[in-house]
Design a protein around this ligand. Structure first.
Ligand SMILES: C[S@@+](CC[C@H](N)C(=O)[O-])C[C@H]1O[C@@H](n2cnc3c(N)ncnc32)[C@H](O)[C@@H]1O
Ligand SMILES: [Zn+2]
Length: 286
């Protein structure tokens, strides 16, 4: 069976998760080819198996090369292992109404969601990744056909009201109005934000001596807690040895490096050997 049809079948089993981005109506899968609402707004499954549910194309700075580096770094370096284990433990304890629906809001190329779903290993669980960057979602669908992948905007999620048992929001912007609309009663939201030390070696290589070399997550945490009250927090911090290949992927995968001059990170790639993982996991409940 073709990828597109396989994804359409998976989507048909979980059709109650979708919402028409044009009119807000429920959706169903038509002829293993499209998601359609009762007002005939239709969105086709691409041959890679994802569905583009944006009303108009959006250009972002996240391109194919960045997502390729993210994919290689996340899947090959082991850098985020402790993060995946901690999130999977929390997600695995949530009970869904019928199946366990895990929405990754701002999923990028999908490796975090795929790893977490593999770690929780529950037959009744399905992951749905949404990201505004088509290049990321295309890559996610190519590598991870066991989950559902949508190009969509966090501000206007193509996801039904109160059907997501878990929302993951990993190193991505948040839209709490939209998240609260789609979160199921009793569901939880897991937001991952950088700590002050996150990738500090890369930050220092790029911004030495400027105030960009520092990062403070206090505002982001305060916004989260204004929604969900004082959150359960887990702090993961580690110094991780990385080889040259991993450092090269790291240098290409981070928005931190968007404005680097050619060759600027050569010394970082060949000299640095350990890099700091410093992440806060914030858990909120509805
Ligand atoms: C730093 S990346 C993190 C991606 C992924 N969670 C990871 O950790 O690899 C931020 C992601 O947020 C996405 N994003 C930014 N604004 C968005 C929006 N309005 N709707 C959906 N996704 C958005 C970007 O396209 C990008 O993939
Ligand atoms: Zn519609």
């Amino acid at each position: 069976m073709k990828k597109k049809e396989k994804s359409a079948q998976l989507a048909a089993r979980h059709a109650d998760i979708f919402r028409c981005p044009v009119c807000g109506a429920d959706m169903h899968v038509r002829e293993q080819a499209s998601l359609v609402c009762r007002n005939a707004h239709a969105f086709d499954f691409a041959k890679q198996g994802y569905v583009n549910m944006l009303n108009k194309p959006v250009k972002t700075q996240y391109d194919k090369a960045l997502f390729e580096d993210r994919h290689a770094f996340i899947t090959e370096s082991g850098f985020y292992l402790a993060l995946h284990t901690a999130i999977a433990e929390t997600v695995g304890q949530v009970t869904g109404e019928s199946s366990l629906k895990v929405l990754d809001a701002g999923s990028g190329e999908g490796s975090h969601l795929a790893r977490i779903m593999a770690d929780i290993d529950r037959e009744d669980a399905v992951g749905v990744g949404v990201d505004i960057a088509k290049e990321g979602i295309m890559m996610a669908a190519k590598h991870y056909p066991e989950q559902l992948w949508l190009v969509g905007d966090l501000a206007d999620l193509p996801i039904a009201d109160a059907k997501s048992d878990v929302i993951l929001n990993i190193l991505s912007p948040a839209r709490y109005d939209a998240f609260n609309r789609v979160l199921a009663p009793g569901g939880c939201i897991i937001k991952v934000v950088p700590g002050a030390g996150y990738l500090k070696e890369l930050r220092e290589a790029l911004y030495k001596g400027t105030d960009k070399a520092q990062y403070d997550n206090a505002d982001t945490v305060a916004l989260f807690e204004a929604q969900y009250g004082p959150s359960e927090r887990m702090h993961i911090t580690k110094s991780v040895p990385l080889d040259e290949a991993a450092l090269r992927h790291l240098s290409g995968m981070s928005p931190l490096a968007w404005n680097q001059a050619p060759g600027e990170l050569d010394d970082f790639i060949t000299q640095a050997r350990t890099v700091t993982l410093d992440l806060e996991i914030l858990i909120g409940r509805k």
